[in-house]
Design a protein around this ligand. Structure first.
Ligand code: FE2
Length: 366
């Protein structure tokens, strides 16, 4: 898309906010297991009455973990219905008011109208719109702000610190939507947010003997934001997207892909901290080089760690997927290193889905 016609210019992902049962413990998990650094805090001590939020950062990635202090609040209801899950995918913009106006006039349902919040560090303008399920997008305009996160948050400086694991930025975030809803949300991102479709997979691309899904990738004008949208497809058995929808209680964010410059070091570190990854059969590595050609990495290291490889016209990529990071089989992470490739690992889907099916059999949900 030509930038002169981009009615919703986006600078990148601003933050991702999770509504969780216990934000204090979630923050500890992301510090300890993923190497996120403490950044900001809001809660009773800062004047909030009904919620607590911890903000953590690594590279350009900012995660916010929020839990309710009362039984009956939107945060409590979200956590009860969905389990720990992503509520807000916040987008960094130059003009939050215009972002809200341009999207709502094209049909977006308002989450909240543009508002300006101030403290001693300056001011931030935010606005919000709804997307699939109970998920929302918040537009954040922060050019006149120098505080740690947003007005109302105080710097969080606990004694406890962990080394980072090499995570740099959010590469893409995938949404799972209900049966026959993929095209509706593809059109939402096209018409309401000015995104275009990057690649399309149909159910022949992404199916195993038992299960299937369909996926389309939507991207904004400058390519910094990529949102693949999945829906379940008919198979002999229950697909992983259907399992997600059942346990999440509807549509929501399925996984966040975080980029690293050294996936072997990052995954080795994450494994040593207790992060569990999906593993494909060892036979995957017998034939992978026939498919992807020469790569810089030692095949033995990739096999030892379970890292997958795929190639497209522009280069190759290395990727691996965690198991769900909460008790419900819902949200998980992808760790990705791009070496030219701009795609999403289509060549790995079959091997991966067979690995996921093995886990589903263990959960009794296939
Ligand atoms: Fe992905």
């Amino acid at each position: 898309m030509n930038t002169t016609t981009d009615f919703l210019p986006l600078n990148g992902t601003d933050y991702v906010e999770f509504y969780v049962g216990n934000a204090k413990q979630a923050a500890y998990y992301y510090q300890t297991a993923f190497g996120f650094q403490p950044l900001a805090y809001a809660g009773l001590e800062t004047g909030l009455k009904d919620r607590t939020s911890y903000v953590l950062a690594q590279g350009k990635i900012r995660f916010v973990f929020t839990s309710s202090l009362v039984a009956d609040s939107p945060v409590a209801q979200h956590a009860m219905k969905h389990g720990d899950g992503i509520k807000v995918v916040a987008l960094w913009v130059d003009d939050a008011r215009k972002s809200w106006e341009e999207t709502t006039k094209r049909g977006a349902k308002s989450y909240f109208e543009p508002k300006t919040d101030k403290d001693e560090n300056g001011e931030v303008v935010t606005s919000g719109i709804h997307t699939y399920g109970d998920t929302v997008h918040v537009f954040v305009e922060r050019s006149r702000y120098n505080g740690p996160f947003l007005p109302g948050f105080t710097a969080w400086n606990p004694e406890y610190r962990t080394p980072e694991t090499g995570l740099k930025y959010v590469d893409h975030m995938v949404g799972n939507v209900g049966w026959n809803e993929m095209n509706k949300w593809v059109e939402f991102y096209a018409n309401v947010m000015g995104f275009s479709q990057l690649v399309s997979f149909d159910d022949k691309d992404i199916s195993t003997e038992y299960t299937a899904l369909m996926s389309k990738v939507m991207t904004n004008g400058n390519g910094r934001i990529k949102f693949p949208i999945n829906e379940p497809a008919e198979g002999k058995k229950r697909s992983q997207v259907e399992e997600y929808l059942d346990f999440y209680g509807g549509s929501g964010v399925q996984h966040v892909a975080m980029a690293t410059d050294d996936i072997i070091a990052t995954v080795r570190d994450l494994r040593s901290r207790g992060i569990e990854f999906l593993t494909v059969p060892g036979s995957y590595y017998d034939t992978v080089l026939n498919r992807v050609g020469t790569i810089d990495e030692e095949l033995l290291s990739l096999k030892e760690l379970g890292i997958l490889v795929d190639r497209d016209d522009e280069g190759y990529l290395l990727q691996i997927f965690t198991r769900p990071v909460e008790d419900r089989p819902t949200v998980f992470y992808e760790i990705i290193q791009r070496k030219g490739a701009k795609s999403f690992g289509k060549g790995n889907f079959k091997a991966l889905f067979e690995a996921i099916e093995l886990e589903q059999i263990r959960r009794g949900t296939l």
